[in-house]
Design a protein around this ligand. Structure first.
Ligand code: HEM
Length: 499
């Protein structure tokens, strides 16, 4: 059971204060209108910045593409915050490698939409380093051995649901599968197998995400109904997680699930919750989006679909040869060892890299210069300024990647090796000080899904009526959290292969 008293003690409530809102509004308006007067350089322009701030928050990709492609710096304000959009090799090197730039805080302020525990007392006790250390431990290559059977089990359930032919909405079914994988690997089996609580957890995340609007990010101190909903959903989310932590603490038998590993290590409830909030978010969003898009891109590229299908059958013949008529693709894939998933699928590795290049190009990474005023060449980087770098700056650079908007996994082959000579030319997994800590696990998840779908089915990408789409749908690059296709949903129409 959730410990309601301790929950209430860790969630911070404040009643709305109408006079304060009105006062804040007036101060805010004056601040915006006069902002340029207070900046000696004159480069922060007040009213114009309000428009730019709105664009940065509401249509971030379009804004970054239009402002940060001149290999220079673009300065603007998001209300009281100074933001500098960077572009070009030198700025990129600084952004990824300077150890003094703060990481987490930049996202909490300028991205939002993720569950925050800043409203919760526990925030003081758990450092970024502690969460990072836990992530490294729980997603280490050796842990993949424990996670693989759990992923395969959820995959099997989904394969049974799909049956031998039909049509499924890619951005729903594959996304939910990744969601289930992620909940399992970050919490415990009991939660990952409880459909009702899984749904509740998803609803809480969704409420938190949708409560993040440009308005709430610009004026976080205004206690809007959206912020109230966010706080309430965070409270419920924490309550649900506490219920399962408690359940595992009371259990007599320990498993290899993340909660049990943390409990065994003597980790506090607070630290476990911090870890889960951060990793579910990081895991579901990125892995979900890329796993969906890889199936879509392959659906439009028969050459690569065939290459990868052949690779899957070769892998099966090497590690799980047919032993009798009862063998299925699923039962054979379940026998492939973790190491083979990791190092025996070079074609799929190239395709994943290419999908990441295309899809993560939408992402704007953030940092904050917390310590002191800096200079980058002649350019001042004031203390407390935020830095923003959009990956399209390099991922869509035609001088690095030929025909950069096209899906072409062979650009990363040993013969072509595009981008090899350019520092940090591929940033799909981040680089420098904050590389992705979930890389191995995310690749395993994507490979399991692709191997099952390509190994078992013939498929095409169709619209809602089942009519094949002529070309790949367009990615909504301004949607920070979902990155689904623009327009109508797309589906996979499939039929089980006979052998
Ligand atoms: C296809 C899936 C994924 C992609 C494309 C991806 C991409 C990235 C990128 C670009 C960064 C760098 C962020 C920055 O520099 O600000 C990053 C960092 C990170 N990722 Fe991933 N990620 C994926 C999956 C995951 C998963 C499954 C997890 C965990 C379960 C995870 C955990 C993290 C963490 C904890 C960091 C921050 C590391 C730090 O604090 O230094 N990621 N990821």
């Amino acid at each position: 059971m959730a410990n309601v008293t301790s929950l209430q003690s860790i969630i911070f409530h404040k009643p709305a204060n109408t006079p304060l809102i009105a006062f804040t509004g007036v101060v805010l308006l004056l601040t915006i209108l006069t902002a340029g007067w207070y900046t000696p350089s004159g480069s922060f322009l007040g009213v114009f910045d309000l428009h730019r701030a709105w664009k940065f928050l509401a249509r971030r990709y379009d804004f970054m593409r239009s402002s940060a492609h001149q290999r220079t710096l673009t300065r603007f304000r998001v209300v009281q915050h100074r933001v500098i959009a960077l572009s070009g090799t030198d700025f990129r090197k600084f952004f990824f490698n300077d150890g003094k730039l703060a990481w987490r805080e930049a996202y909490l302020v300028l991205m939002s939409g993720m569950p925050e525990v800043t409203d919760i007392d526990m925030h003081e006790q758990v450092t970024d380093d502690a969460v990072r250390k836990r992530t490294v431990q729980l997603f280490s290559p050796s842990r993949l051995e424990c996670l693989r059977p759990a992923f395969l089990e959820h995959m099997q359930t989904q394969m049974d649901r799909w049956g031998s032919s039909g049509k499924f909405a890619v951005f729903e079914d594959v996304f939910s599968l990744i969601y289930q994988f992620t909940v399992h690997m970050t919490t415990c089996r009991e939660l990952a197998h409880n459909p009702e609580d899984l749904r509740h957890l998803y609803e809480y995340y969704y409420t938190i995400e949708s409560s993040s609007t440009p308005f709430s990010m610009m004026f976080p101190w205004i206690r809007s109904p959206a912020l109230g909903r966010k706080r309430q959903a965070t409270e419920k989310l924490v309550g649900l997680l506490m219920k399962y932590i408690q359940l595992r603490r009371e259990s007599k038998t320990m498993s290899t699930d993340a909660f049990d590993v943390c409990i065994n290590d003597g980790i506090s409830d607070q630290e476990i919750i911090e870890f889960v909030l951060e990793t579910i978010f990081a895991g579901v969003i990125n892995t979900g989006v890329n796993a969906c898009w890889i199936l879509v891109y392959l659906g439009f590229n028969p050459e690569w679909k065939d290459k990868i299908t052949t690779e899957i059958y070769t892998l099966l013949d090497a590690h799980a040869p047919v032993t009798g008529p009862g063998d299925t693709i699923e039962s054979r894939l379940a026998s492939v060892p973790t190491s083979a998933w990791d190092d025996s699928m070079p074609m799929l590795d190239l395709a994943i890299r290419e999908v990441l290049r295309l899809i993560t190009a939408s992402i704007t990474l953030l940092r904050r210069n917390k310590l002191r005023d800096l200079k980058l060449g002649a350019e001042p980087i004031p203390k407390d300024a935020f830095l923003a770098y959009n990956l399209s700056d390099i991922h869509f650079d035609p001088s690095v990647y030929s025909d950069p908007m096209s899906f072409d996994p062979s650009r990363f082959s040993a013969e072509r090796a595009e981008g090899k000579e350019v520092p940090n030319a591929f940033l799909g997994w981040g680089a420098g000080r904050h590389p992705c800590l979930g890389l191995k696990v995310a690749k395993l998840e994507m490979k399991i899904i692709v191997a099952h779908v390509l190994g078992a089915f013939k498929y095409t990408i169709v619209d809602g009526n089942g009519t094949p789409l002529k070309q790949a749908p367009i990615h909504d690059r301004n949607n920070i959290h979902k990155a689904k296709p623009l327009g109508d949903p797309c589906y996979i129409k499939y039929e089980r292969k006979t052998k």
